[in-house]
Design a protein around this ligand. Structure first.
Ligand code: UT7
Length: 332
């Protein structure tokens, strides 16, 4: 059988809006407390877009930084996939807007898998690169979740924030030949959907219902249980596919929804807490942006080294969930 084409992750960038809001700021206009939010979620701060700041603006900034980090130009990019739940317009896609902002001619489209969107978008990008749709793919997770919040619903309003992150995926045929003798890049992806749980997390409005966008609604307790179970099982499936065990993972970068979920998954799959990247405290839940935002923070701190094995995982409305394993960077 022909070996699978290796797809490397060669660049990363992210963007957070300037408006940083603390739990204490929220206490001023909501029936909540800094103590409850910290204890039940681990969140201290989240960032919110300004009224005139769009999802595409955040995505474009993150994308430019990722392209620069990969040592490329916008016109080197063949594919742009944007994971978002909060597009600028009902249509066209936010990806088309970002393509225009970048001055690119790449095939561009959005993916809707809510908080699991980044894992889905990487999986689709990898499959398309392997299938010959191009050699370089920009994957962007960008969300303005604050625009979907009901400020009278304290059980959801305190959780979410806004931001964007982007990565560049490259077909390894462009790299040094030595890559062929070693497994680099995306090693396994597993994505799942179960519409039986459609009503657990979503909005109470939508286009085909002839309604406005609606507000975010969530059965937090049920989602919590599914999250621990499904994030753990999808990660174990990826490990099995790679013929690895949990000790082979250098860093776990989970979707940042709740520190208690992260801790429970860590106990279940038996990965040490000090191998987990958590930015929930400073970002809150930024939906499709949460993994690339956390990854970028860890890269900038120098925690993640070229060649480290990473596990990424997320779950969101649908329910949609998945995990992936990758060896980051490229051979020297
Ligand atoms: O990104 C997509 C995936 N999303 C998730 O994974 C989220 C999963 N769910 C969760 O993280 C948690 O279920 C929440 C953080 C949403 C809620 O935590 P919980 O421990 O399940 O709280 P709860 O909903 O059972 O509420 C416990 C209490 C209630 O008061 P009573 O009825 O016990 O008096 C709530 O009214 O906490 C109260 N409460 C709050 N109190 C202060 C709920 N929200 C707040 C709040 N501030 N913001």
């Amino acid at each position: 059988m022909k070996p699978k084409l290796q797809i490397l992750m060669t660049g990363i960038g992210s963007y957070l809006p300037k408006n940083k809001t603390s739990n204490i700021d929220l206490e001023k206009f909501m029936d909540t407390s800094d103590e409850w939010i910290k204890k039940r979620t681990g969140i201290n701060f989240r960032h919110y877009v300004e009224d005139n700041e769009l999802t595409s603006d955040m995505g474009t900034t993150a994308a430019k930084l990722a392209i620069l980090d990969a040592g490329l130009n916008s016109n080197d990019i063949d594919l742009i996939i944007v994971a978002t739940t909060t597009p600028d317009d009902t249509f066209p896609s936010t990806a088309a807007k970002i393509q225009k902002n970048l001055g690119s001619k790449a095939i561009s489209f959005d993916i809707q898998a809510v908080c699991a969107g980044f894992i889905y978008a990487i999986s689709v990008g990898v499959a398309m690169l392997r299938d010959g749709y191009g050699k370089k793919c920009l994957v962007i997770g960008a969300d303005s979740m604050s625009k979907l919040l009901d400020w009278d619903d304290r059980s959801t309003a305190v959780l979410f924030g806004d931001g964007a992150g982007a990565v560049v995926l490259e077909n390894s045929t462009l790299q040094n030949e030595s890559v062929q003798n070693d497994q680099w890049g995306v090693l396994a992806t597993k994505i799942f959907t179960n519409g039986e749980y459609y009503d657990l997390l979503g909005t109470d409005g939508g286009v085909s219902k002839n309604m406005s966008t609606g507000f975010l609604r969530m059965n937090g307790k049920e989602i919590f249980k599914h999250a621990v179970d499904k994030l753990s099982s999808s990660l174990l499936m990826c490990l099995e596919e790679c013929n690895m065990n949990i000790n082979d993972i250098d860093w776990l970068i989970p979707h940042q929804a709740n520190q208690r979920i992260i801790n429970a998954v860590s106990n279940k799959v038996k990965i040490h807490q000090n191998k987990i990247i958590s930015t929930i405290s400073i970002h809150g839940n930024t939906s499709a942006a949460s993994i690339p935002l956390a990854l970028d923070v860890a890269m900038k701190k120098g925690n993640i080294k070229n060649g480290n094995i990473l596990a990424l995982q997320a779950i969101g409305g649908g329910l949609s969930w998945g995990s992936l394993i990758l060896k980051i960077g490229k051979p020297n």
